[in-house]
Write a protein that binds this ligand. Structure first.
Ligand SMILES: C[S@@+](CC[C@H](N)C(=O)[O-])C[C@H]1O[C@@H](n2cnc3c(N)ncnc32)[C@H](O)[C@@H]1O
Length: 249
């Protein structure tokens, strides 16, 4: 197998053609417990990271928003309120189990009329060029096989002047935080996964995939290479998470 045909799945090297299936297995497995695990694992802090993302999106009434890898719909829920009846939100995800949990949750919360659900791969977005005012991908990009392809696809479907926001785990800034974080993610997370969701493997993948994801500067370069301009990032929780932003010229 040549180097070009392989990629990482956590710390394992797998054939590129097999990665999406392995990622799909993880999210089919965690979908039902995804929200509760998110709250437990982050101590609720993921809500603050997402709130900041919503604020920085500057989404307004009447706009069109794509929440790709949107999963259980936390961002889409807020966007639906922000764009109002004249706007529209597409909650898209490659995984039908995650999408179903998201659709049921948002429907139960009364979100309807300005939202559509779409099973789609971030690498091959099924929308015309220049469709969206804003695209978000939260904790999704690290799972995508070809991140450059996904960034180019998002660039294509954004309108000129539109904004991409990538919320993702990143590299902690202080060595002490890095050590604590390593301990937490490789010891505590898989144990929580085992006890609460009876699934330590998925949470082991979570920890490993975070370590394999490009750091802040590398992701910023990738966004620039995909044609975004005014790219910048904002570290949160000492760089455990970073929000990258870029505009389509
Ligand atoms: C950790 S969840 C994040 C869900 C949600 N955005 C949030 O922040 O809570 C990652 C999501 O990425 C989705 N995903 C993985 N690969 C994808 C791809 N190539 N295209 C679209 N979605 C993908 C998974 O199915 C999963 O729902």
């Amino acid at each position: 197998m040549s180097e070009d045909n392989t990629t990482h799945f956590g710390y394992q090297r797998v054939n590129k053609a097999d990665k999406a299936g392995r990622v799909a297995d993880v999210f089919h497995s965690v979908a039902a417990k995804y929200d509760i695990m998110n709250d437990l694992m982050s101590g609720g802090v993921h809500r603050l990271w997402k709130r900041y993302t919503i604020e920085m999106s500057a989404v307004r009434t009447g706009q069109a928003v794509l929440d790709i890898a949107g999963g259980t719909g936390d961002l889409s829920f807020q966007f639906s309120r922000l764009v109002g009846p004249q706007g529209r939100v597409v909650l898209a995800d490659i995984n039908d189990s995650m999408l179903k949990v998201g659709r049921d949750k948002l429907t139960d919360r009364g979100v309807a009329g300005n939202i559509a659900y779409c099973q789609a791969d971030a690498q091959y977005l099924p929308f015309p060029d220049n469709t969206f005012d804003c695209i978000t991908i939260a904790f999704g990009l690290r799972n995508v096989t070809d991140k450059d392809l996904a960034l180019a696809s998002m660039q294509r479907v954004l309108k000129p002047g539109g904004r991409l926001l990538v919320l993702e785990f990143s590299k902690p800034k202080s060595p002490i935080m890095e050590k604590l974080y390593d301990h937490y993610s490789f010891k505590v997370l898989p144990l929580m996964g085992k006890v609460i969701a009876n699934d330590s493997e998925s949470y082991q993948y979570l920890a490993e995939s975070i370590r394999m994801h490009p750091d802040q500067e590398t992701l910023k370069d990738m966004m620039q290479n995909a044609g975004f301009e005014r790219c910048q990032y904002h570290n949160m929780t000492n760089g455990v998470v970073a929000l990258h932003m870029g505009l389509k010229p």
